[in-house]
Design a protein around this ligand. Structure first.
Ligand code: UDP
Ligand code: MG
Length: 310
């Protein structure tokens, strides 16, 4: 019999564990498949781990990995993927924004062998703050212009994939992980399912606007080198403009002499060019800092305890 691994990253989800577990269990009992549920406790500071351990006691299909501190959802997903034993591997959020009942449909699609992965995306961003939707849309536009890897707008992390695809993903051991890009980069055939945006069942979102903004910049840096190219082009453009201006000034001086005036415009130009230089330097330092973190080769997560320690 096939085995399905369900990976659930949890960060301060004490209100959700019970609800989520019940809902998932109900769905899994209707699918003809063996399974394991792997909760990843991403350094929660509330009772999440305690509740997960309790579930583990009642049900040996529940496994868990608990981090030594909060490493972020990307690290949690990676830990789950690395430790999954199933033939089919699913990732889903603990807040029931990813409807467990889709799992059956996803599994049946993979069984046809026509696809290697079934992924999900939201039909609309209804129920999301307008400000956030606007920036999210901008982000997808920009990253898809800049990167050859397609990043699907509205894609969620909720997906089911085959062992073969998972093994390829595990070969990408980079420290700066941007899963939406990694899933797409490894290729394979992906079937997209759409569903309406569902509100979180309980608790609140762990992503502030600032955290999302930083995450989106990381995504662009991880999957595109176009910003570096851009800074080169801006540099060239300014050299060209400067060249034209030099010629213009020489010619004008020859014809009209040199009446001293126009230092305010000079200050503006200096400020403007200085700003552009700092901006380009900033782009470059983004890449250098990412390289720095890669070279350090630090672990992506640190485990404090798992079900094997019991
Ligand atoms: N999460 C995590 N580590 C973090 C932040 C979030 O493991 O540092 C988990 C969280 O517990 C949830 C999932 O990632 O299961 C999605 O988070 P959330 O629902 O807060 O994000 P949103 O749906 O609002 O984008
Ligand atoms: Mg959520």
């Amino acid at each position: 019999m096939n085995k399905m691994s369900i990976i659930v990253p949890c960060y301060n989800e004490e209100e959700m564990i019970e609800l989520f577990y019940k809902e998932l269990k109900k769905v899994l009992s209707t699918i003809n498949v063996d399974y394991e549920i792997i909760f990843i406790d991403d350094g929660s500071t509330d009772n999440t781990l305690k509740l997960i351990k309790q579930k583990r006691k009642e049900d040996n299909k529940v496994r868990f990995i608990s981090f030594s501190r909060n490493f972020g959802k990307e690290s949690a997903m990676y830990a789950g993927l690395k430790n999954a034993n199933g033939d089919y591997i699913a990732i889903m959020d603990a807040d029931l924004q990813d409807p467990p009942k889709l799992l059956e449909k996803m599994y049946n699609i993979l069984l046809t062998k026509e696809y290697d992965c079934v992924a999900t995306k939201r039909k609309t961003r209804r129920g999301e703050p307008i400000f956030r939707s606007f920036f999210a849309k901008m982000f997808y536009k920009i990253i898809n212009k800049m990167s050859k890897t397609e990043i699907v707008d509205g894609a969620r992390d909720f997906r089911l994939m085959t062992r073969q695809m998972l093994n390829s993903i595990l070969e990408l051991t980079e420290y700066n992980r941007f899963s939406k890009g990694i899933f797409s980069w490894v290729g394979f055939r992906t079937k997209w399912l759409e569903y309406d945006n569902i509100q979180r069942a309980a608790g609140k979102t762990k992503w502030s606007f600032w955290k999302l903004l930083m995450y989106s910049i990381d995504g662009i840096i991880a999957f595109s080198t176009v910003p570096l190219m851009l800074s080169t082009l801006i540099g060239l453009l300014f050299c060209f403009i400067a060249f034209l201006m030099i010629i213009f000034i020489i010619v004008r001086t020859c014809i009209f002499g040199d009446p001293v005036s126009g230092w305010p415009s000079l200050v503006c130009v200096i400020l403007f060019v200085g700003g552009i230089q700092l901006f380009c330097l900033g782009i470059m330092s983004q890449y250098i800092s990412k390289q720095y973190m890669e070279i350090k080769n630090r672990p992506i997560y640190i485990i404090r305890e798992t079900e094997k320690d019991e």
